[in-house]
Design a protein around this ligand. Structure first.
Ligand code: ADP
Ligand code: G6P
Length: 355
């Protein structure tokens, strides 16, 4: 019986600094699972939770033990483990994994206060996104798959400026100051989690434009750990080989500075990984099918599914580059992982457990 899925969710961890594309990634992921995620109906309008038919995404900011005033008084940032309740996080993620509902606190981003708890039912797929999904060893052990979005400082800066200056009216100086103020805690508590991730999406400035500092064209790496059960890394042309590919021939329109793919084995924090890299951006998203046709182990259900997903969300940030492409691919890999876990539990072939 495949229905045991409802009772025992699989748990996914997504770690990144704030403003690094977690919510965009979540929208791509829930779309792969076939439905947009919405805030809980009739609940606190400031809830950070998103629910779809299959997936519930909670934001780990809800486990802040110190509210905004408390953090200010104690002189700690939200990144500091002292401002977060890992015991409660562990208990509740464990409860969900055992198929039990939880009363999860809500951190209200508008007021900076902790609001009354909300009831969260166990879904099929439970995603914990935030600053610390892989920080606490007990929580880490509960994760069936983990992802770290590693946005380099240069790119983070460019995105923050774009958002906080354009949309929130902050000054350049104040943005610089807030990034600098967070950096020591980011380096101490957030960044080290990437060594535990099963997949890392690393976002760097392009190497195709000499001395580029605009941060518009990106070089994006998808770092995939080897030897993870139910996760077979994607490859380009020939599994395990080292490949450089500039696909700007007759089939792909590339304006300056072009597109470059690389693929090959590597090590990451002493562990074997496969790395797929894309530098540059697509001019025409529909031509992505040409790139897709050269990638293997994509876990698609039909030819062109990656391209279809990318076209469907062409308006999301990063749809013309490796960030959107690799987020979409990781979404498909998670769907595959889910189906295989469920099939194994039920003792049936993976085909029978497809969503
Ligand atoms: P988070 O949930 O981690 O705070 P969001 O997904 O809300 O991050 O993204 C924050 C901002 O970062 C977006 O409004 C956008 O300006 C920028 N951003 C996110 N992802 C990308 C991307 N792939 N390419 C360019 N900008 C991006
Ligand atoms: C959330 C975010 C943090 C951010 C904080 C604001 O917890 O995840 O990244 O720093 O809100 O904190 P502040 O102390 O400025 O209210």
């Amino acid at each position: 019986q495949v229905s045991c899925a409802v009772e025992q969710p699989i748990v996914i961890g997504l770690a990144a600094d704030s403003g690094c594309g977690k919510s965009t990634f979540m929208r791509r992921l829930t779309s792969v699972f076939g439905g947009a995620a919405e805030p809980p109906k009739g609940g606190n309008p400031d809830s950070n939770t998103l629910i779809s038919d299959t997936t519930t995404v909670i934001c780990l900011d809800d486990y802040h033990s110190l509210d905004r005033t408390g953090r200010k008084e104690k002189g700690v940032t939200a990144l500091d483990p002292k401002a977060n309740d890992f015991d409660l996080m562990y208990e509740q993620v464990k409860a969900i994994k055992e198929g039990k509902a939880i009363e999860k606190p809500i951190y209200n981003h508008v007021t900076g206060l902790l609001d009354p708890a909300e009831l969260i039912q166990p879904p099929k797929i439970f995603v914990i996104e935030g600053l610390h999904p892989m920080y606490d060893e007990r929580v880490r052990e509960l994760l069936d798959f983990s992802i770290y979005l590693d946005i380099s400082n240069e790119v983070k800066f460019a995105w923050k400026i774009q958002r906080d200056m354009a949309e929130r009216g902050h000054s350049l100086e104040s943005i610089k100051a807030s990034i600098e103020a967070r950096k020591p805690d980011f380096d101490a508590f957030i960044d080290p989690q990437k060594q535990y991730a099963d997949a890392v999406i690393e976002v760097l400035p392009t190497q195709l434009i000499p001395d580029d500092n605009e941060g518009k064209v990106l070089r994006v790496k998808l770092i995939m750990k080897e030897g993870i059960k139910f996760f077979n890394p994607v490859y380009l042309f020939d599994e395990g080989s080292t490949i450089n590919w500039i696909p700007c021939g007759r089939k792909l329109t590339c304006s300056y500075p072009g597109i470059k793919f690389s693929y090959g084995p590597d090590t990451y924090f002493g562990q074997e990984v496969s790395v797929l890299e894309m530098d540059g951006q697509f001019d025409r998203l529909d031509e992505l099918i040409y790139v897709e046709s050269h990638l293997s182990n994509l876990s698609t259900k039909f030819y062109g599914e990656v391209t279809q997903q990318m076209l469907k969300h062409a308006d999301f940030p990063g749809s013309n580059n490796g960030t959107g492409l690799f987020q979409t691919i990781v979404g498909l890999k998670i769907r595959d992982l889910y189906e295989q876990i469920i099939a194994e539990r039920a003792g049936v072939p993976a085909e029978a457990a497809k969503v």
